[in-house]
Write a protein that binds this ligand. Sequence first.
Ligand code: NAD
Ligand code: LMR
Length: 328
Amino acid sequence: MTTKKPIRVAVTGAAGNIGYALLFRIASGEMLGKDQPVILQLLEIPTEGAQKALKGVAMELEDCAFPLLADMVLTDDPKVAFKDANWNLLVGSKPRGPGMERADLLKDNGKIFIAQGQAIDAVAADDARVAVVGNPCNTNVMIAAAQAKRLPADRFTAMVRLDENRGRAQLAKKAGVSINEVSELFIYGNHSPTMFADFTHAKIGGKPAAEVIGDEAWLKNDYLPTVGKRGAAIIEARGLSSAASAANALIDHVRDLTTVGAIHSVAVASEGRYGFAEGIWAGMPVKTTAAGYEVITSYEMDDFAKSKIAITNDELIGERDTVKDLLG
Ligand code: NAD
Ligand code: LMR
């Protein structure tokens, strides 16, 4: 029997598709450890349908008899959901449909993150950390962080881990090697088709990926768009946006942010690193430390990489301009 104090994990949009692929894995210990009890604090919108569906999910969680699931809170009130929460996983928001870009969701989804940012800052635990998944996640996290007076900006992250996982999988497939052979593949910039999956520093079996693949045209003209547009390809194939792979990436995101020494891609407050504008949230490599994380700033970018980073930076600045009324 574990004697650890439970960690409170708030999850928004808990009755949605990602929620259904996520909660059971958190409760079974895949995110925070097999000896770490958790309390799930689940937020859904205040409609009868959503609250009823949430109850159903909670019944199934109960029926799993997870030894690590110490308690559950079901609510439509952000201040209840985020109360004393250590991790705040902001999934709840509209997904895009076929033919849309994620930025098309800004006007609808952006305002959700004002109220949630305020509630987290007001009631979450002193060590609260936030991971935004709801799209467009880089800009939504900026909106939430803009509300914070108590919590520092580095506690607010958005997820580009699905893109890193996609990027590693595509490189492994092309090279015909196991996924474990692919390292140092990091995502820079926006969770959108402009993201830069930096193959120029990636390694396959410890050697430069570009050398192993031996096809620069494929890397530039095929690989980058395949990774960047994978979300749209999933929507086209499934008729719904990615859910299991997104939940899996969120598990990876949080697990690696709580594993000292882990090196992984996270969208963080840029602070001007890698040429990104101050004040936007951009994907970049981080190394988890005992105190949180530090951004790895040692990768030297060539002209091609710099030009790709400039494009995704411009898009993030454009998204910030679109939501400037939500940042006050
Ligand atoms: P979904 O529609 O199945 O579920 C979303 C849930 O959120 C719904 O149950 C809805 O009632 C709830 N919700 C909406 N507004 C809310 C609010 N203000 N508070 C609490 N709950 C709220 O959608 P999904 O497939 O689970 O996707 C959720 C979001 O995640 C979408 O925006 C999607 O685009 C995004 N997403 C991001 C990534 C990524 O890599 N960053 C990957 C996949 C999906
Ligand atoms: C994804 O990358 O699968 C998600 O962000 C969903 C989407 O809209 O592409």
